[in-house]
Design a protein around this ligand. Structure first.
Ligand code: GDP
Ligand code: GDP
Length: 434
């Protein structure tokens, strides 16, 4: 299952960002390694008592100070209601109850989503500043101090108690995520696959999220398309789509075995697409590239190859994944994607017997010896596949740190040439053995 989402909402300056930083804490690193939009920095992964969730600071969504605050916070809340599993309404205990707070509480209550009222800036645990928030009739306000951490553990307890159960995954089914930027045709594609308009379209406010995932069967294999409801919801909302879609993409990748990355043939491969591809690849997922809206592309017999070649020039590992050129509109090659998903699964799960790994290693070394490091002998002794799904081959040698990067790439290409692993991120690791 993908991780639940907890969203912080509240007026400016109540301390949402500071609370975000406090709760995300050291995990911040996961977020900030991200190049790209600043908005990406507003979500982070939190782990507490064995539970994990995404924390989202919606404060970054609406930065337009010309918009009246009430409208602004309303937007924040409505967006968060549509996307989050739990909302934290953050108020400032130093200011006390603000006239707009009651309206926000009404909105939250009407949404049917669980929410918590957090009274921030209670820096002194003995303080009774927050008592007046009982007036809002929104349950027990939880006093915290984002600044010094007072009560943040209690808050995390309250949050994790309210998260939906995460143990619904059906292990035998293959989980597939269709990912890609907005408007490339993801939901049209999934609808096509299912042969009917079966995806649930939800209104933004106050709807339950019934069918987040869509199961289907293909040639005896159970597939689950993850977060298909989210695909639909995305196109219904204008504000902050990018912000939530990047979070959704991460959740989908995390909850999937195989990712189908869809791009728009008329736009070509853009940096955002490469970023998403790399997220999936580095997360160890199987990957399939689907170039959709092929019906709109002016083409001759070479256009597909050229498209692919240009992409591989930018990102060499894309040579190792299947490419399919589809039209969700006409249905062209849409079922080919299903076949490919099943093929990539078996490549991704494939195990090569140790004797074969060693045969291949030997012949690769015979063809090209590892370059010797200055004054240090480099010998590769043997190899074995240590994991599948995704595949990892460990190669043991006397001097693993001294094996040149380009030589590891040579081995990688050699193993690929022999065994394919098409669509699977193959890892080669060097281990020490005398
Ligand atoms: P946001 O606009 O809601 O994201 O608010 P910020 O996190 O930017 O905080 C607004 C101001 O409140 C900053 O000057 C913070 O230093 C301050 N602040 C945030 N949390 C606390 C707190 O727990 N105690 C105190 N005393 N100040 C806080
Ligand atoms: P999503 O945001 O990625 O889920 O994209 P949608 O499925 O909502 O599609 C965005 C727009 O592109 C819609 O107007 C679709 O009708 C259109 N569209 C989707 N796939 C194709 C396709 O293969 N060919 C053409 N011509 N249009 C498409």
């Amino acid at each position: 299952m993908s991780l639940p989402v907890v969203a912080l909402v509240g007026r400016p300056n109540v301390g949402k960002s500071q609370l975000f930083n406090r709760l995300v804490g050291q995990h911040q690193a996961i977020v900030s390694e991200e190049a790209g939009t600043t908005r990406d920095r507003h979500f982070g992964r939190v782990e507490w008592n064995g539970r994990s969730f995404w924390l989202v600071d919606t404060g970054g969504l609406v930065e337009d100070s010309t918009v009246p605050m009430d409208v602004e916070i309303r937007k924040q809340v409505v967006q968060a209601i549509g996307e989050a599993d739990l909302l934290l309404f953050v108020a400032d205990a130093r200011v006390g109850v603000h006239p707009s707070d009651a309206r926000v509480v009404d909105l939250l209550r009407g949404s049917g989503k669980p929410f918590l009222l957090v009274a921030n800036k209670v820096d002194n645990p003995q303080s009774s500043d927050f008592y007046e928030f009982y007036r809002l009739n929104a349950g027990d306000p939880i006093p915290v101090s984002a600044a010094n951490g007072t009560n943040s553990g209690d808050l995390l307890d309250e949050i994790t108690q309210r998260l939906p159960d995460q143990d619904e995954a059906i292990p035998e089914a293959l989980r597939v995520a269709v990912i890609g930027r907005p408007n490339v045709g993801k939901s049209s594609f999934v609808n096509r696959l299912l042969g009917e308009e079966r995806l649930v379209v939800t209104d933004v406010a106050g709807t339950t999220r019934d069918s987040i995932d869509t199961p289907m069967r293909y040639h005896g294999r159970d597939l689950i398309f993850v977060d298909t409801a989210g695909l639909r919801r995305q196109s219904k909302i204008d504000d902050g789509v990018e912000f939530y879609s990047s979070l959704r993409t991460r959740r989908a990748i995390e909850g999937a075995d195989i990712c189908v990355l869809m791009i728009d043939a008329t736009l070509g491969l853009e940096n955002q697409d490469l970023k998403i591809a790399t997220l999936a690849w580095e997360a160890g997922r199987g990957l399939i590239m689907v170039v959709n809206k092929w019906d709109l592309k002016e083409k001759d017999g070479k256009t597909a190859d050229k498209f692919k070649k240009e992409a591989i020039e930018k990102v060499p590992y894309l040579a190792f994944v299947p490419w399919i050129f589809t039209s969700a509109l006409t249905g062209q090659r849409v079922t080919r994607v299903l076949e490919t998903i099943v093929e990539v699964e078996s490549e991704w799960r494939k195990r090569i017997p140790t004797s074969q790994v060693n045969e291949t290693l030997e012949s690769l070394v015979q063809r090209l010896q590892p370059p010797q490091a200055a004054g240090r002998e480099v010998r590769l002794l043997y190899g074995t596949q240590v994991t599948a799904a995704p595949p990892t081959i460990a190669i043991f040698g006397n001097n693993p740190d001294a094996v040149a990067e380009h030589y590891i790439r040579y081995l990688h290409n050699g193993f690929r040439a022999e065994y394919g692993f098409t669509g699977a991120p193959l890892r080669i690791v060097m281990r020490h053995k005398n």
